[in-house]
Structures are given as structure tokens and as C-alpha cells.
Design a protein. Structure first.
Length: 425
């Protein structure tokens, strides 16, 4: 078995995960960046990344990277890396549709001796049990005889300019020992932080899914503590600051848990566990707490308004931030909308301000219209839902100018001192 040291690599899916990968490989190898969205392809060809993950200068450095939405172009590749989303459906069950469609696509263009590598987060066993059979059926080729597979889970953190693809250690794996070595060497060419070769594809899949499950549970614990401390009339941030003076106290903070990873990945693991007859109490309990925080925040806001004798019915509330996290234009699975849905039940009129979000995307994803800039003296309450640097720089004095004389400012993200706001999580 021999694999090329100068492969042509196809990266399928050019989102937050795929584009940085295509760019890094494109500095050393010929890379075909493939995406089914023609608007995305045109933007990238023009040197613009709407996700803001890769700057124009970095795009130019990938001088061997070309973009395409034409399936026929993929036939030139011999390494296929799949970086499509793995969401959940409305019942919180894994939705493998993008992954299956990408596998079908590879099945139509793959040749003997080629390698397909999955980066999308899945439950242990999904690559070999769900995806590979699709490629076999469509291509007519035999797994581990005619073509091979690897799994190297993505570790991209949207909006994080410190931890980049090349500076985060990469887990790799392969369907045979030889393939595992080859995949590891391939990634080793672009990952300066080094690689960790897992003993199997299933081990690599499991490692990825528990990374975010662990974070989810830690945040759920802090969220539950925040609820308890609110009942005790104790400031949560003050408690965490005091506890944080111990060297081994973990620095998690309460808040909404959204996005395409932490709020989604645990459901892949729990789905697999339940299919095997095991009910994962702890993981699902953490998910219930985190999924319920939007409703809790809305209830706390209403309570604060009532304490100040502000009429809730028909009131105007400004929600500052719609992205799922700070300093990032990513709207996927944002849990800010949970707060809004709850406030709508109280007949509250909400305006949204987020300088990071594309207004067209906000409408298409959630039917939410953004204000260009908040009006002065308009709002009965303000919810600081996302900790964008712009909001911190704006300062509490400017934010207070958006409100009426009698108002509530709810600081969900501890942007300001407790003495400067009316309520905090």
C-alpha cells in the first residue's frame, strides 16, 4: 500500500472548519475547496470570508487553493476531507443528513487507492457504521481494499484569534495502521502544535464528543449554582471570584450554551448510549439545565421589571447580542432566541442590536430584524446577552441612554460591575 506524498486534497464544506483547513493545506498542497453554496464560492474567490475566521492576507498565502461548486472537479483529488455540519433535529436527535449527502458525493468521485477523512463531530462508530457503507454502495468500491478512511475531529473555536488550527494539537486516526500513519503525517505537515494518533477511528470520535460534553456539564453546574445563589440573594460572580482563588477551581461562568458544538455534541453521545440501552442521566441532566437557561433569564428579567413597577405587557426591551458567542458572526444554534421566545409570551416588544451579525442572515435564520443602532430613551429594559467587545467599550453610560428613566439593565455576561446594572445571572 502506497500513498502519495504530494496528494491533491479536496475539502468538502468551506465553513468555520473547512476553510481554515483548506487554507493551511493550500499553502503546501494542491487543494480543491468545495462548497454547495455558490455565494460562498464567489465570496472566497473575491478574497472575502464572511465567517471572519480567515483574513484576506491568509487566503492569498494559500496559493495552491482553488474553489469550486462543480462536483466533476473533485475527481482530480485523491484525499477527501469532509467538514460538513452535524446538527440535531427538533427532537434533539442527530441529523446525519449533511454527512450522508457528503458521503454520497465522495462515492460518486472516489477512485481506487483514495482516502476519505471525516472531521465532523459524530458519535463513536458513525464513520464506519453510517458513512463508509454509503461510499461503498455509491462507488462500488470495497472499504480497506479499494479505498481507506481516517477521522480527525475538528477543534476550531469560532472567533478565537489565539487558538488557531495550526496551534491546536490534532487528534488523528485511520482505518488501518498504515492509513493511520499516513493521515497523521499529512496533518503533521500543517499542525505546528503536533498530533496525537488515536488507536482507532472510534477512539478519535469518542475523544471529540466528550470534549464538549465535559464543558457542557461544567457550565451546567455553574448555571445551577447561579440559580441557587439568586435564590439566596448572593452575587454569583462574587462567589466565583472568591472560589477561584483556589488553585484547582475551574474558571467556568454561567450563561447560555449555544453554538454548533457544546450545545449539540452531547446529544450525539446520548443518542448512541440510549440506542445501546443505557440512559445517560448526568449528561442529559446537564443538557436540561443549559437548555432551560433562556427561559430562566427571561423570568428573572420580568421579575426585576415588576420589582421596579415597570409594566411588562407591551414593554420595549433591547436585546444586545444575537450571536451564539462574543466577537463572532456565528448564529448557529444561538440560545439568545430562547430569551426572546419567552418574552414574546409576556407580550414584550423586542429590538435586537448586534454589529457582528449579517442582518439578512438574522432574518433568514430566525425571522429577526436587527436595528442599525438603538434609539435613545426608548427601552424599559436592556438585556446584555452577548459579551461583544463593542458593548464593553460602549460602556454602561451610553447603554443607559437607550433606556427610559425607569428601567432594568440585565447583565447576562458580567460585562459591568454589579453596582452599575440592575440584575445579573
Amino acid at each position: 500500500m502506497g500513498f502519495s506524498d504530494s496528494p491533491v486534497i479536496a475539502v468538502i464544506g468551506l465553513g468555520y472548519v473547512g476553510l481554515p483547513l483548506a487554507v493551511e493545506f493550500g499553502k503546501q498542497y494542491r487543494v480543491i475547496g468545495f462548497d454547495i453554496n455558490p455565494v460562498r464560492i464567489l465570496a472566497l474567490e473575491g478574497g472575502v470570508d464572511s465567517t471572519l475566521e480567515v483574513e484576506e492576507g491568509e487566503l492569498k498565502k494559500a496559493n495552491q487553493l482553488t474553489y469550486s461548486g462543480n462536483e466533476a472537479d473533485l475527481r482530480e483529488a485523491n484525499i477527501y476531507i469532509i467538514t460538513v455540519p452535524t446538527p440535531i433535529d427538533t427532537h434533539k436527535r442527530p441529523d446525519l443528513t449533511p454527512l450522508i449527502k457528503a458521503s454520497e458525493l465522495v462515492g460518486r468521485v472516489i477512485n481506487k487507492g483514495d482516502v476519505v477523512i471525516y472531521e465532523s463531530t459524530v458519535y463513536p462508530g458513525a464513520t464506519e457504521d453510517e458513512c463508509i457503507p454509503v461510499i461503498e454502495e455509491v462507488s462500488g468500491l470495497c472499504f480497506n481494499e479499494d479505498f481507506y478512511a481516517g477521522y480527525s475531529p475538528e477543534r476550531i473555536n469560532p472567533g478565537d484569534k489565539q487558538h488557531r488550527l495550526s496551534t491546536i494539537k490534532k487528534v488523528t486516526s485511520g482505518s488501518t495502521p498504515e492509513v493511520a500513519d499516513y493521515v497523521d503525517r499529512l496533518y503533521g505537515r500543517i499542525i505546528t502544535a503536533g498530533t496525537h494518533k488515536a488507536s482507532s477511528i472510534k477512539v478519535a470520535e469518542a475523544a471529540k464528543v466528550i470534549e464538549n460534553t465535559q464543558r457542557d456539564l461544567n457550565i451546567a453546574l455553574i448555571n445551577e449554582l447561579a440559580i441557587i445563589f439568586n435564590l439566596l440573594d448572593i452575587d454569583t460572580e462574587s462567589v466565583l471570584a472568591a472560589a477561584g482563588t483556589k488553585w484547582n477551581f475551574l474558571p467556568f461562568r454561567p450563561g447560555l450554551v449555544g453554538g454548533h458544538c457544546i450545545g449539540v455534541d452531547p446529544y450525539y453521545l446520548t443518542h448512541k448510549a440510549q440506542s445501546l440501552g443505557y440512559y445517560p442521566d448526568v449528561i442529559l441532566s446537564g443538557r436540561r439545565i443549559n437548555d432551560g437557561m433562556g427561559s430562566y433569564v427571561a423570568a428573572q428579567l420580568v421579575k426585576s421589571m415588576l420589582k421596579k413597577k415597570i409594566e411588562v405587557d407591551g414593554s420595549a426591551v433591547l436585546v444586545m447580542g444575537l450571536a451564539f458567542k462574543e466577537n463572532c458572526p456565528d448564529l448557529r444554534n444561538t440560545r439568545v432566541v430562547d430569551i426572546v421566545r419567552e418574552l414574546v409570551d409576556y407580550n414584550v416588544d423586542c429590538d435586537f442590536y448586534d454589529p457582528w451579525i449579517d442582518p439578512i442572515e438574522a432574518v433568514s435564520e430566525y425571522n429577526i430584524s436587527l436595528v442599525e443602532y438603538p434609539e435613545r430613551n426608548k427601552y424599559d429594559a436592556v438585556v446584555l446577552a452577548v459579551a461583544h467587545d463593542e458593548f464593553r467599550t460602549m460602556g454602561i453610560k451610553v447603554i443607559s441612554e437607550f433606556t427610559k428613566a425607569k428601567h432594568v439593565i440585565y447583565d447576562l455576561k458580567y460585562l459591568f460591575d454589579a453596582s452599575d446594572v440592575d440584575a445579573r445571572l
